[in-house]
Design a binder for this molecule. Sequence first.
Ligand code: TA6
Length: 296
Amino acid sequence: EICKGINGLEKVVLRDVRGSSAEVYFYGAHVTSWKNEHGEELLFVSSKALFKPPKPIRGGIPICFPQFSNNGPLEAHGFARNRFWSIDPSPPPFPTTTSNKTFVDLILKPTEEDMKIWPNSFEFRLRVTLGPAGDLMLTSRIRNTNSDGKPFSFTFAYHTYFSVSDISEVRVEGLETLDYLDNLQNKQRFTEQGDAITFESEVDRIYLSTPTKIAILDHEKKRTFVIRKDGLPDAVVWNPWDKKAKAIADLGDEEYKYMLCIEAAAVEKPITLKPGEEWKGRQELSAVPSSYCSGQ
Ligand code: TA6
């Protein structure tokens, strides 16, 4: 179902018969809502989010492409998140197992203006699927369509903002003992110690070569988010904490308490595609009562 969202921007609403739902704006192919079968919102979107192009939307799932963060010549996190995407007229075939699922296929191709800032031709296809158990799957397929034989390289992230009850009470499991680059310390490399990650100040790290499964345990809400990923070796962990939150105009001063970004990403080693080659990167999110997965 396509309808008008905030400020008249169009969005696609996906609904499952069991009551879960998701919303995807054409602007940025940006997922701004993911609700479970009880109607509880699972993603964080700032109350100050602007929904005003060309400003990206603060919260939900911004797509960072073709450049993660500001490690390159482009604007921070690239331009995919502030372009208008279209319904894909020639979507990839879907396996029979997905036929009872609800999904939408969007596509982004560069305009002439885009090619002035990133001189490459590409087709970026995104499928957003709401699974029967309320899971949310995002599959990106990026193809190099350069006609001059030129390869291109990019970095990428699903910059997912999860909704949490209290950041001080949240634990992240699955990144223990891994190496990370600390964005708050000149991208120096450190090794995480043996414990789950907890939060008591600003965190902005790129964990490297991470396992395909990461969990966010929200004790207060008795909820665990499980992130599964494929084709995306890194995981960014970000919470701005109080000082940085105050400096971000489209984020409420106290809202950092209720958000946590865990981002399936390919950052350390850029992806390179020759003409005609396609890359695929998937993220699958589920939210389950904690008692089911960790005995709490
Ligand atoms: O993913 C973490 C990060 O790159 C941080 O460094 C941080 O500033 C953030 O993303 C948000 O970026 P944005 O451009 O959306 O304000």
